[in-house]
Ligand binder design. Structure first.
Ligand code: NAP
Ligand code: MG
Length: 401
């Protein structure tokens, strides 16, 4: 066996919860540590430790990604009221992804991993569709409450000099109701636009942006205008020479066009739209377990993760003694993404080459029909063999060696 790769600089490693925490340690032990002298700054974002540290560990992890420029994150539980009781939490901690995104800002790019024996549910899709999700603000940083009864709800803006500039009635409630206010910042929308235009140029794919400016004539129109201005001023020529285009359309039209397309484009989505569309698109391409995700910050920091959650249902069965049969591909690709980026930034061709080789071994394994059971039902053209997670990793390791 060749000598282990020694990393020049560390990456931030953010451990997580439930089934993906189990996958995390399996991946390190089986597929990484035999080949690489892993250099990481480890942050335990498991729910118990977030609670024990009053969630300061999440902030420290976000700051570590900013400092080291590359991070890899395991899926984490976003606790609900039931889990608050079950884990005896001090507080209903916010989504760790939301906390990290607020620190890094930027855009999340999600791309499905395609293999030749799984045909997308949408017959005409031939190439991946990349969802570019704005990762700051909107409902993820909203203020909300329940109005207890009749009364007036207002939206007020007071400038930093103390002058009230706007006041508008949201609703004169006749009885109990619900209320929310959300925001975004021009700075964040601008960096969202730049990330999307740059990613489109880098990958030579068309860029679509869909929002609802016919209804939100200030909010969504504001997004649209910022994209248009930045495009005309800074990217129109480069797009032309690259032979790609940018266009804006209503989100519902974008959804319908996406289904009729053959794929091969980037779909820029506002935060919530991107949350929903990335699950829809990844599932239609095969499985949530085959969707990669990277958060790119405007100052060039990268956080890689799987797009799926902690796969709680599998974890409940695992706790009862059932063997793990969860698909580790998206989590493996989170690691390879981070290691390749570390290699690129450090001029370390061996490390980047290892990431390529591990990804190729994963694809080769699945294309030979060896896969986890979430994929077997989708598989055409080869006879699939369903294996558990450890046997799947062993097959990947054989191909890698
Ligand atoms: P999920 O973990 O993505 O799982 C939903 C279902 O998708 C699973 O039950 C499973 O279906 C299938 N699936 C997802 N990943 C899979 C994999 N790797 N292999 C095989 N099947 C897979 O979503 P959830 O159950 O709604 O959420 C669980 C927890 O994750 C929640 O606490 C949520 O807050 C959190 N979450 C975290 C992140 C993140 O940290 N990035 C993202 C989303 C959700 P079957 O059961 O039918 O096999
Ligand atoms: Mg989601």
């Amino acid at each position: 066996m060749p000598e282990k790769i020694i990393m020049k600089n560390p990456i931030a490693e953010l451990d997580g919860d439930e089934m993906t925490r189990v996958l995390w340690s399996m991946i390190k032990k089986e597929l990484l540590e035999p080949y690489i002298e892993l250099k990481t700054e480890y942050y335990d974002l498991g729910l118990q430790n977030r609670d024990a540290t009053s969630d300061s560990v999440t902030t420290e992890a976000g700051e570590a990604i900013k400092r080291l420029r590359v991070g890899v994150k395991c899926a984490t539980i976003t606790p609900n009221a039931r889990q608050m009781g079950e884990f005896g939490l001090k507080q209903l901690w916010k989504s760790s992804n939301a906390t990290i995104r607020a620190i890094l800002d930027g855009t999340v790019f999600r791309a499905p991993i395609l293999i030749n024996c799984i045909r997308p549910a949408v017959r005409n899709w031939k190439k991946p569709i990349v969802i570019a999700r704005h990762a700051y603000g909107d409902i993820y940083k909203a203020v909300e409450f329940a109005a207890p009864g009749a009364g007036r709800a207002e939206l007020v803006f007071t400038d930093s000099g103390g002058n009230e500039l706007f006041r508008d009635t949201v609703q004169d409630f006749k009885g109990p109701g619900l209320l929310m206010a959300m925001h975004n910042t021009e700075k964040s929308i601008r960096s969202f636009a730049h990330s999307c235009f740059q990613y489109a140029l880098g990958s030579k794919q068309d860029l679509w942006f869909g929002a609802k400016d016919t209804i939100l004539k200030v909010y969504d129109q504001g997004f649209r205008d910022i994209f248009d201005r930045i495009f005309e001023a800074e990217y129109a020529d480069a797009f032309k020479s690259a032979g790609i285009e940018y266009f804006y359309t209503l989100i519902d039209d974008a959804a319908s066009r996406a289904i009729r397309s053959e794929g091969g484009f980037i779909w820029a989505c506002k935060n919530y739209d991107g949350d929903v569309m990335s699950d829809l698109v990844s599932t239609a391409f095969g499985s949530l377990a085959m969707m990669t995700s990277v958060l790119v910050s405007p100052d060039g920091c990268f956080e890689y993760e799987a797009a799926h959650g902690t796969v709680s249902r599998h974890y409940q069965r695992y706790l009862k003694g059932e063997e793990a049969a969860t698909n580790p591909i998206a989590t493996i690709f989170a690691w390879t993404g981070a290691l390749r980026k570390r290699g690129e930034l450090d001029g370390d061709a061996r490390l980047a080459g290892f990431a390529d080789a591990l990804e190729a071994a994963c694809i080769k394994t699945m294309e030979s029909g060896v896969m986890t059971r979430d994929l077997t039902a989708l598989c055409e053209s080869v006879t699939p063999r369903a294996v558990n997670t450890l046997d799947f990793m062993a097959a990947i390791k054989d191909n890698l060696n």
